[in-house]
Design a protein around this ligand. Sequence first.
Ligand SMILES: *Cc1c(COP(=O)(O)O)cnc(C)c1O
Length: 394
Amino acid sequence: MTSSTRPLLNRRLAEFGTTIFAEMSALAVQTGSINLGQGFPDTDGPEEVREAAVRALRDGRGNQYPPGPGIPELRTAIAAHQERRYALSYDPDTEVLVTAGATEAIAATLLALLEPGDEVIAFEPYYDSYAACIAMAGGTRVPVTLRPHEGSFRLDLDELRAAVTDRTRLLLINTPHNPTGTVLTREELTAIAELAVERDLLVVTDEVYEHLVFDEAEHLPLATFPGMRERTVTIGSAGKTFSFTGWKVGWVTAQPALVSAVRSAKQFLTYVSSGPFQYAVAEALSLPDTYFTAFREDMLAKRDLLAAGLADAGFEVFKPAGTYFITTDIRPLGETDGFAFCRALPERAGVVAIPNAVFYDHREAGAPFVRFAFCKRTDVLEAAAERLAKLRTQ
Ligand SMILES: *Cc1c(COP(=O)(O)O)cnc(C)c1O
């Protein structure tokens, strides 16, 4: 131990010391609560994909360091997926990079593209690793707040335009958006693309929920918009799409110079990861459309089940157009502080949720919002809804 009074955790990371997920998951265990805090499925993905991983492992494929950019089979499958879904063509050798989940893709991209002092615009509330990775890269985050409007959280395009300065280096976009469930529309994406071109900005777009869009919503990759193919780093992941969040297989698709820059950072983070799982994900990406449709329908039914339970319990529900999550407003329950509410909820109702305020710089803007994950078994969601119904009579 050093005897100096200097804090061990450096200044860049000091504000990220502990996460709410650790506190809430501990509370869930202590109180025997149903944990709808963290977003991971409680059932595994397709059996044939799991078997593909077992086969790779047994056959000795991927048990040693795979190639730095990812195995060719997976890079080819990623490129084929982008082509088949979105008519976006990427060269598997120069325009695709496999990463340790989307998490590493985000970190490597920001570490590669930012100089200290560069400003990064991101939508608030944001996925928790964005703020930390911008900080690790020495960047300055500039939040643009998504605000409730007619049942969903929307982007104010004027606010976005006004946030761009001479120091802005990149826009960090996430659609479908965690935690609000917002899916950006064609009009919104068109405006973002125009702004990026006009101000010559790089764009990083986190599309890990690309296959989880509901009702009339449609996932449109930003890279398909005019002028965007050359300036956009698109991030994807197998975790959410195939319900194997522990495998940590993610990827980046972008033009060669961007992929090369991201690879420069990535090679010194993990170098490589997830060997045998890369073979399995290559097969998973080639599953027929019926898999993706059934997956979406299953998650849609779960969304509706939990949304109905939350509405019955007295929450205002922002029905998500995508993702694993429902954001609620607790004010109809006579509450205003999401932190206090989430800390008390396990005792009151035996359910754990996450206060959205942790995803905001402007904490007050997120204070009354609370997030519930619905990527759980039907019986678990039914039990949660039953428990939450108690709130009505408390
Ligand atoms: C889960 C999630 C990630 C991380 O994905 P991994 O592949 O598990 O690293 C990134 N971005 C968002 C918005 C997420 O919800």
